[in-house]
Design a protein around this ligand. Sequence first.
Ligand code: FDM
Length: 212
Amino acid sequence: MACRRGALIVLEGVDRAGKTTQCKKLVQALQQCGQRAEMLRFPDRNTEIGQLINSYLEKKSNLEDHTIHLLFSANRWEQVPLIKEKLEQGVHLIVDRYAFSGVAFSSAKPGMSVDWCKFPDVGLPKPDLVLFLQLSPTEAARRGQFGVERYENTDFQKAVEARFQQLMMDRSVNWEVIDACRSVEDLHKEIKSRSKATMDTAACQPIGELWK
Ligand code: FDM
């Protein structure tokens, strides 16, 4: 492969940490520097599978826990050809949530193990960097109330955060934890500088396979 593929950079983190805002700002900043960059987000609610997920999240339908987990995973796999094509064309992909959210949210439910939850996502394109935006529960509460979607409650979010901490112990993934308790601009500067370092190293490496 020519020495210029794009980097796959994922932002994960607790609710209200600013993932979506930061993904958008990073894409904009990269484009302003003349780089090719695009944002993806999971779930992608636009596909047919995404619409089933959307209806579940909006509590318009109920799905069995394993079933919805597999749909979230399928919603990533359906984007894999596009992800690979873009990266190979040299486009940087900045992704709002990925398989880590998939595992953290599903395995926070009773009877769902982390190992079982990881399996459907094994072999996805491996992110070159996963930035985890960390926020204390106090600061998260200060940023406002939860919405009305499924999973938006404090006890469940605490269980999710514990699963994220467990996933971050896996050194096969390039995790970096960032304190999100600061201004949007300060956080953006740090995310940009960490991402740029990754883009340089990823450029000459083949795309990895997650959890393989
Ligand atoms: N979520 C997200 C999952 O449960 N599994 C997944 O694989 C993904 C990607 O969906 F509560 C949850 C996390 C969140 C909800 O989040 C959708 P957004 O970021 O608000 O769209």
